[in-house]
Design a protein around this ligand. Structure first.
Ligand code: ADP
Ligand code: 5GP
Length: 202
């Protein structure tokens, strides 16, 4: 089985977590990259499943020790991807799914584009996004406004992604996500292509 990376980005409230959870049973064995963050846990979020929640000091220690494949400041908090579990999952031939912001995607694309597929998830307009953030009721109105402001910047990166998933209808969006996850599994890296050709011609 081919290892591969599937990067998902999109404004907060676009439906990334909902879609990953809904599609989980349909996309076979995969590893969801659990990020580390300095933001406070939301109600219902589980340490080690949704995020590793740490202090600013702990996060900065991780940066010094080169523990992160990438990290960024998003909405005023640190978020980062730990390198070690990703390396292990890739070694095991797994599909690794990242939910990271547009800055993280740019960083990863520089070194891993060969084994990576990316998708940007968004509802078709900002009014729907606002409704979703309000209905999730996990943040104050002030934080929601900050996230909406940020969404206006993030949307400018939509063209940097291989695919766009419009999440107006959750069933349609989940179907599109499953198709993209399957496509990611079939992506062949330059190294894998070389090995395949060598074997084929022997
Ligand atoms: P993200 O992980 O991108 O921040 P969430 O998955 O938490 O976003 O979704 C934000 C809110 O919108 C949640 O309350 C979720 O239940 C809701 N939601 C997601 N997709 C849809 C959809 N297609 N239609 C209606 N509500 C949705
Ligand atoms: P939230 O606070 O809503 O869970 O996430 C806020 C934003 O941070 C989202 O855009 C999400 O994709 C992004 N994010 C989550 N984990 C990481 C990470 O490890 N690295 C980067 N660069 N962004 C992340």
């Amino acid at each position: 089985m081919n290892s591969a990376i599937l990067v998902l980005s999109g404004p907060s409230g676009a439906g990334k977590s909902t879609i990953i959870n809904k599609a989980a049973a349909e996309i076979g064995d995969f590893y969801f990259s659990v990020s580390t963050t300095t933001r406070a846990p939301r109600e219902g979020e589980v340490e080690g499943k949704d995020y590793f929640f740490v202090s600013k000091e702990e996060f900065e220690k991780g940066i010094k020790n080169n523990e992160f494949l990438e990290y960024a400041i998003v909405h005023g908090n640190y978020y980062g991807t730990s390198l070690k579990p990703i390396q292990e999952a890739l070694k095991e031939g797994k599909l690794v799914i990242f939910d990271i912001d547009v800055q993280g995607h740019r960083i990863i694309k520089k070194s891993l584009s060969d084994i990576m597929v990316s998708a940007f998830i968004t509802p078709s307009n900002i009014e729907i996004l606002e409704q979703r953030l309000k209905s999730r009721s996990s943040e104050s109105l002030e934080i929601i406004q900050k996230r909406l402001q940020n969404a206006k910047e993030e949307i400018k990166a939509i063209g940097e992604y291989d695919f766009v998933i419009l999440n107006d209808d959750i069933e349609e969006a989940t179907k599109a996500f499953v198709a993209i996850a399957n496509a990611a599994r079939n992506k062949m890296s330059t190294q894998e292509a070389k090995e395949f050709i060598k074997k084929w011609l022997k």
